[in-house]
Design a protein around this ligand. Sequence first.
Ligand code: SF4
Length: 440
Amino acid sequence: MNTHIPKIGIVSLGCPKALVDSERILTRLRAEGYEISPSYEGADAVIVNTCGFIDSAKQESFDAIGEALTENGKVIVTGCLGVDEDGIREVHPGVLAVSGPHQYESVMEAVHQASPPLHNPHMDLIPAEGIKLTPRHYAYLKISEGCNQTCTFCIIPSMRGKLRSRPAGEVLKEAENLALSGVKEILLVSQDTGAYGSDLRYEESDFYGKSVRTKMYDLCNALGDQKVWTRLHYVYPYPHVDDVIPLMAEGKILPYLDIPFQHASPRILKLMKRPGNQIELLERIKKWREICPDITIRSTFVVGFPGETEEDFEYLLDWLEKAQLDRVGCFKYEAVEGAAANDLPDPVDEEIKEQRWNRLMEFQRQISDEKMQAKIGKVFDVIIDEVDEEGAVGRTKGDAPEIDGEVYINGELDLKPGDIVKVKAEHAEDYDIWGSLVDA
Ligand code: SF4
């Protein structure tokens, strides 16, 4: 009788959405009795979940495949880069199988061929919340896949297809399972969170006999009843985003909005095929802050988009000054194979892109600095992420894991990950805060 328990390694690259795919694959592997190998050594095969968004991410994925081939030899490639099977096989002819994003069946088929499962009913038992790659106290929850927008710099819609939302009842059930397993914070992710449910015409779905519409507002409202922190990521600036701000003010979801604006100049936004009225947007941001003064707005921008002039760039800086955003990420435009923007005239010189990136980051740093200094003396709810020999490290409601700031509470060794405590800010630097515990 074969008693070898097959072990599979997994290398997960890319964004939180890819991480959710990896979690689903891990859940399937565990459900079928596979063990997860933490290293190349001893793994019967290695799955590399790739990212193909921009050239540097592609390179990282190619390198990861190469490393897995050298270290292990049996490599199954999946994820966004997998749509270019020929390109992968050209560089790495030794890979066992290649599949695109969220093709869990193909991945499992390749795993079965590389190392058949050992049937053991006891090992088939997996926790209801699945397997998570994130620490136990927070989890990413994917609410939809694909995107109906046509932003010219992006190839996600051609890679991941049109929007396909999960019914609200299904998402709420998964959120409940996560909460029951000890998750305290849920990060809603998708390619376009604001469009959630539009493909299903916002149909009603059942959650314990209650009817819930498959729509961002209704989902957020229902998640608010589950008493976990709910954080919204990748929200396209649709007008109906305004509807969820009162839910933030009521404390039903976190007062945090990750809303990539990409640019401010109407001319560039038009070339990007993004909504163009940034003046109206300034008004909306003002209203959001009136309704929910604690709101943290995070956004990302692209500089050096084809055709961007000095005037467009200065317009963006001027807009940032007025918008006073809390967190800003910035990318230098990189041509992505297959993107419509590649055909636009007037590419921006690499040196100018670099200069604009530095100017924007420095400009925003001053805005953020002032905002951070204004936090000193205030008390924040902080969720603890880790505790080491120096003390506890956590995040406020305005900080998403890995991309935003942290709160250091030195000397507090008795806290544990997932605890939510009150902390008075005493010192702030860059995006981080140092503080001490205060009584709840
Ligand atoms: S909304 Fe996001 S995912 Fe959709 S096309 Fe635009 S950038 Fe790409």
